[in-house]
Design a protein around this ligand. Sequence first.
Ligand code: GLN
Length: 202
Amino acid sequence: MPIGVIAVQGDFAEHAEVLQAAGFTPQLVKGSRDLSGVEGLVFPGGESTTQAKLIDSAGLRAPLEGLIRDGMPVLGTCAGLIMLSRAISGGRPDQWSFDLLDVAVLRNGFGRQVRSFEADIPVKGLPATIRAVFIRAPVIVSAGEAVEVLAEVSYKFVDGTRRVLPVVVRQGNVLAAAFHPELVGDGRLHSMAFGAAFSRLL
Ligand code: GLN
């Protein structure tokens, strides 16, 4: 099953490797021609401000939005989650997002680079925990009713307050994580995102 990995910026190569290992065929997407034949999409981690600009200038914004609104399965990680979200705070004032996942996010909401952290967390639907690597990750500050929370993390902020925050969410065909499963070679969220579509093809 060919899966398009948005390859304008960020850790798309790691996603491609994980997809390959999970039995999918990654296809790097740098322009709209690269979308032909893909059955799913990955929005990688990286820098969402830069990704937004480059997706626009590559002419990818409208075709991607059309495919996802038509039901193509999608996985977004970290900056990819930001790209899919409804609303962004802590971004540039002109930063746009696809509004395909009814969440509001705060960029770098866990704190600065030094506050990057890892945790083993359970994810609904997975038998074993996932090693979640958070790097300048977004905080999901609110989620609409249609959004299902599949994983949460309990996090102590610098000011000492502890909060339980959603970190894996799903809304229909859109699955997103605030962390980076691709950096630890874990393809289970990819299989979760694309598995249903995959079995339809068999
Ligand atoms: N802080 C980045 C952003 O706002 C996301 C970081 C990441 O993808 N690791 O785009």
